[in-house]
Design a protein around this ligand. Sequence first.
Ligand code: GLU
Length: 495
Amino acid sequence: MTVRVRFAPSPTGHPHIGNIRTVVFNWLFARQNNGKFILRIEDTDRTRYVEDAVKVITDSLTWLGLDWDEGPDKGGPYGPYTQSKRLDIYREKAEELVAKGLAYRCNCKPERLEKIREENLAKGLNPMYDRHCRDLPPDAVAPNEPHVIRLKVPLEGTTTVHDELKGDVTFDNTQINDQILLKTDGFPTYHLAVVVDDHMMDITHIIRADEWLPSTPKHVMLYEAFGWEPPIFIHVPLVLGQDGKKLSKRHGAVSIADFHRQGYLPEAVFNFLSLLGWSPGEGDEQEIFTREELIERFDIERVNLAPAVFAYDKLDWMNGVHIRNMSEEDLLHKLIPVWQEVGFISTPVQAEMLRKLEKLVPLVQERLKTVRDVIPLTDFVFTDIEMLPAEELIGKKMTVEQSIEALQKTQALLATLVNFDDKEMEQPMRDLATELGLKAGQLFTIVRNAVTAKTVTPPLFGLLEVIGRETTLRRLEQAEETLKSLLDSQAEVTD
Ligand code: GLU
């Protein structure tokens, strides 16, 4: 049997990260079984249709590297893969059930249905249709008058759904509505379309979120009515926020586009999502996985029954680990678009700038949680800085005069270095500190504050090299001037 699984989103907007986690499970399952992963667009609810949503969905999957084997854009032997292009199929299947006496036409008016619904609700009952049209003579509702087609749900007994993870789950038939299969506008409902397509597309395993479990007995009834073997059902737990509530914008990013924008790496998000509800096994603490390892290790049977909790801080940590695990060259290619987006560098990157960037990457690699963190870490390399206020330019436990002298001597030293190179800078700077009677850290801090206007930065000498001799000297001189003005103003006050 070739494994065939599917992602069947409704194009109603940005897919929720919880759905994408379920896609990751489907994709891993398909890939580890040399199976097929199918993308099917379930666009039969026209009221919720959002223009461009299909593109958002395919962009999200592509960014994460979740490639599909068959789908609307790719085609395949079971197409079309967009439900609105399959309306004839659903109509024919619904009519087939009417002909078999397993479904019926219903022309109850919306006002009547609403009234029954309200009456039921008022009595505290399930708001079910009263089956008014179920036993009318077959020609009571003509095929050409506006009507819906409903399934004749058994009036008693139970329906059991076998779920691979949960075992048998049994539902009382009396609580199941005579569900609509085909709507007045000729579009199928989700229930009819999903069953027809999963069957006709030879889907072997339906891996979807728990929230669909209550719909599954309806699907099982439909498989029975058609005389089809149902696929294997696997309902996976929902993804919740750390407060136990359904993950929403309140908690943070919930769409792939947001994670992308915020500087997360696809490989980290993929790794993180795969562990939302799954873990490799007792006693195995490994959390950082490559895509290939996940394909090998993932085990759908080990998916947890309890809801998964989305911990943003863990994703940050994991993203940082993936950044550190990358080659400098790969990271450079992730950072270039970020620097370009904020206008620090041009497109295409000039050769000289590229060399600077190559120097910069190892300096920041250890310090990034997301690729966007590179912006505040390196802005002073690309743009003019605003000098710190004079008080902050004074060295620790030093006087203004001592600080001025340190800045002057540093300029003299850096101006005369043969190569303005981080390795050549460090030792002479340490010697200078000794000569000035300072600790190395005291001198380096003054220089850092003057040249970067920040108190915490990546390693100083590497930065100075990237910033370049000219800019470094200019900033040191500006800092010196600022301190001198402070001295002058202090003198005026004492005068
Ligand atoms: N179209 C449904 C959705 O929007 C698919 C549910 C299923 O996987 O059966 O999620």
